[in-house]
Design a protein around this ligand. Structure first.
Ligand code: SAH
Length: 462
């Protein structure tokens, strides 16, 4: 029976676990409450916010006994901003939490017995701040009517104004300040979602960490940005400014970028390097946000792929071809598949730029192209190794079925969501004839709750 609670009722509880989003889970006579900002082991006072059938949400009011893993957050909007979930947690504990999250998913969803036996230690960062190479800041106004940038508060579209984000690349603040002051000076309005009026929706900023190149793209709710030449004049003074563009998005949508991008200054792309490979990146293309950890992640993927130079590899969900090109020098042939046409254009340029000739890219949905190619030419398209790196929703069932029919020796699964990873592993290990060999999480998102993981599966009959 669910106990009865009233809103704002105060309770004294002890936190016994951490939930999926890094929130504390504290029980009142067995009934669980999710409490943002609370840590396991802490004795806390909370006020009840909302109660559902099997769980509730409560606000942290006071910490009576703090956890030894608690840290003073380096950010003033640490609790209210939806960007980071773990700023109040020691970095060592963040890494343990992420390992536990992967293990929990593998055993509960993936039904892997004692998954610890396959785990290699998580790869953490030496300096877990200032690591992000990309931000998409929403733009709005504060109560006083001033232009503000920041990130949305958790689960809302309320902007938490913040002029310095602890996880963003150094130099972002200065660029954002220029955009804000340009908007103030020329009376450019921010976009208002409720009335669908106003101009500037988001500012996308990206930095090539190894090249020092900057990209700025202003996403606007109209065709032109008035006085844009003044903005360009100010921004191009920033050392490394390489690409300034506007992107038109006049739809009533949560999707940030619209279909049309127009260059205002410089080049349409910036370049960056991972290992000894140079990549060019458009505003529309996916590129891993943590360049230091990306290199380590790809090293793990490369070692799991076990390439000797004779293998045919499919890299599904390949983005701008980062993994494809990273693996190409050790493989006979690599096929990459990606749905965003602009990313495939980048991938093709990247192949040429790095003088790599044994890679072929296809534009389209991996779950369509891969089965089609296999049906047309089962022998010619057969892979020794399949790499998948899907978005959070994981792999399409049709794609998994094709992998199993094709029967590559190894599958290297790069995942940004352990729950969907575990779901797909359950299929591959029960229906598909594969077994889990090894996995290793890499901390791509220090201070945040998400975890990235590379997994090696091998065909059972080998
Ligand atoms: N491996 C790349 C990209 C991984 S992100 C890297 O490490 O940089 C996932 C990619 O999958 C994105 O580029 C996204 O555009 C692409 N994608 C999403 N759905 C897809 C689908 N159905 N078929 C192919 N690619 C898809």
């Amino acid at each position: 029976m669910k106990p009865t609670y009233v809103k704002n009722q105060m309770l004294t509880l002890t936190v016994d676990a951490m939930g999926n989003e890094g929130e504390g889970i504290a029980r009142d006579n067995g009934f669980p409450f999710f409490v943002k900002g609370a840590l396991p082991g802490e004795k806390i006072v909370v006020s009840v916010m909302k109660v559902k059938k099997n769980y509730g949400f409560a606000r942290l009011e006071e910490i009576l006994v703090p956890s030894g893993e608690r840290r003073e957050p380096v950010c003033p909007v640490a609790v209210s901003c939806g960007g980071c979930q773990l700023l109040h947690v020691s970095y060592e504990e963040q890494l343990r939490y992420k390992e536990q999250k992967v293990l929990g998913c593998l055993s509960h969803i993936g039904r892997i017995q004692n998954p610890e036996q396959y785990m290699e230690p998580i790869i953490g960062m030496e300096h877990p701040y200032g690591y992000r190479n990309k931000a998409q800041y929403p733009v709005g106004r504060n109560k006083e009517g001033r232009i503000v940038t920041g990130f949305y508060a958790g689960r809302t579209h309320q902007i938490k104004a913040n002029e310095h984000c602890a996880i963003q690349a150094e130099g972002m603040d200065e660029i954002l300040a220029i955009v804000r002051s340009f908007m103030e000076q020329y009376h450019i309005s921010p976009y208002d979602e409720t009335t669908q009026t106003g101009s500037v929706r988001h500012v996308l900023v990206r930095k090539g960490f190894h090249t020092g190149q900057w990209m700025v793209c202003i996403i606007i709710n109209e065709k032109k940005l008035p006085h844009w030449e003044k903005l360009v004049e100010a921004l191009k003074e920033i050392p490394g400014m390489t690409s300034i563009s506007i992107n038109q998005n006049q739809k009533n949508t949560n999707v940030i970028l619209g279909d049309h991008t127009e260059l205002l200054y410089g080049a349409p792309v910036i370049e960056d390097r991972i290992g000894d490979i140079t990549y060019e990146i458009s505003p529309e293309s996916f590129y891993q946000v943590n360049p230091v950890q990306t290199e380590r992640l790809y090293e793990v993927a490369l070692s799991y792929a076990g390439l000797t130079g004779k293998e045919v590899v499919w890299d599904l969900y390949c983005g701008i071809g980062t993994i494809s090109l990273f693996l190409a020098r050790k493989a006979k042939k690599v096929y990459g598949v990606e749905i965003v046409p602009q990313a495939v254009k980048n991938a093709e340029k990247n192949r040429a730029k790095n003088q790599i000739s044994n890679v072929e890219f296809y534009t389209g949905a991996a779950e369509e192209i891969f089965p089609q190619r296999y049906a047309q030419d089962p022998e010619g398209s057969r892979a020794d190794v399949v790499v998948v790196d899907p978005p959070r929703k994981g792999c399409d069932q049709k794609l998994l079925e094709t992998i199993c029919r094709m029967g590559p020796e190894r599958i290297v699964y790069v995942s940004c969501d352990p729950a969907t990873l575990a779901r797909d592993i359950l299929y591959l290990t029960t229906e598909g004839g594969y077994e889990l060999q090894r996995f290793r999480a890499t901390d791509m998102f220090p201070q945040g709750g998400h975890v990235e993981c590379v997994t090696l599966l091998q065909r059972k009959d080998i």
